[in-house]
Design a protein around this ligand. Sequence first.
Ligand SMILES: [Cu+2]
Length: 158
Amino acid sequence: MHVSRLGAASLALIMAFCAPNLFAGGGDDAGSGITRSPSPHGAAVGFDGLANGDTVATPFTVHFRVEGMDIAPAGTEQANSGHHHLLIDMDELPDPNLPLPASEQLIHFGGGQTETELTLPAGEHTLQLVFADHRHVPHDPIVKSDRITITVTSSAAP
Ligand SMILES: [Cu+2]
């Protein structure tokens, strides 16, 4: 009896802590109980004017496109909206159930920007876009572009 009473108490504690995250439909909690914002059918992101296999001279401007959703700055909670994230030379996506971490390889455009100028070392690089909500958490289903490979040269071809 002692064991089962302990078990019941633990379960009640777990439910008390998890329930708000499971049912609040949002919030700032970055824990495992996070609820991802839904994306509408047909939502897509991609690069405008840059395709897999392209060669570009550094620095170059990358243009982001989104279809079926709206751009909203980070921190602004609004249905069917989010902001762009550019992943540079990342072979794997971060856990989509958590806010995307920021790094030199994962750039947030929380101001709602739709383009950026990149300066990259000469050579092959991969680029990928991931859209995410006001908390930087990718939508469900995730809205991401193909990962494209481009060749960067140090100066414009003559
Ligand atoms: Cu972000």
